[in-house]
Design a protein around this ligand. Sequence first.
Ligand SMILES: NC(=O)c1ccc[n+]([C@@H]2O[C@H](COP(=O)([O-])OP(=O)(O)OC[C@H]3O[C@@H](n4cnc5c(N)ncnc54)[C@H](OP(=O)(O)O)[C@@H]3O)[C@@H](O)[C@H]2O)c1
Length: 240
Amino acid sequence: MFDSFLQGQQVLVLGGTSGLGLATAAGALRAGAQVHVGGRDPQRLADALAPLGPKASGACVDLTDEGSVQAFFASFPRVDHLVVCAANNLPARLIDGDLAALRTSLDSRFWGAVHALRAVAPRLAPEGSVVLTSGMVSQRPRPGMAMVAAAACAVESLARSLVGELAPRRINVINPGPMHTPLLERALGGQAQALQGLADLQPLKRLGQAEDFAQTALFAMGNRQLNGAVLHLDGGARWA
Ligand SMILES: NC(=O)c1ccc[n+]([C@@H]2O[C@H](COP(=O)([O-])OP(=O)(O)OC[C@H]3O[C@@H](n4cnc5c(N)ncnc54)[C@H](OP(=O)(O)O)[C@@H]3O)[C@@H](O)[C@H]2O)c1
């Protein structure tokens, strides 16, 4: 379906060293792009780059630091597509939880996206696009997740608001439900039984896979009419 449609294009993936971002980087490479991935941890970066091959490169970057984000983009005079998959969601009760944890959720997902948008805008190609990530918690909040949900909603609002400022370049958001990635494995203590239990609770009796996300990100990059959209990738779980 997506054969070579990114041939000769430059795709940057923030949070591209693990999970959803790494699968997106691999998918963009298969579609012909040059890919540059970023994450904070140098070892995770090296491990991610090794199997991606010679058309992939990467650098360490911290999305919460605007200087670090600007440096990540500095050697790219032209970017065709940017995918932002990085965030640190720290569950904390809003009314009496740790304020630093609450700020981290907003700093990484929301301010991280702002830093990335300011860095990419001057170099984003006329037919280029940005894909941001939110999360199903924006629709199905739970105790301890108020700030994580607020940050996800804020990213979706940001995308709608930026349609005008970025035009004719496009911006879309993917809103995933539970996806089987290292993040979810960490959250469930690496227990296969817990992963299966969560899958059983889903309407489709499966967890989303990183490849499902990659396919959606490639769709968002390639579809010239999709703009300001939130693509829900939750197997219907927000309605169940
Ligand atoms: N998996 C799910 O069930 C799910 C559901 C809804 C939404 N999401 C969202 O989807 C996104 C990706 O999730 P995932 O499951 O793929 O997680 P993951 O496997 O933990 O990958 C997260 C990636 O982001 C990078 N990263 C984290 N904080 C960063 C920062 N401040 N600056 C730069 N890079 C940073 C990580 O590398 P370093 O740690 O080395 O920096 C890693 O490459 C996250 O925003 C997550 O909240 C995931």
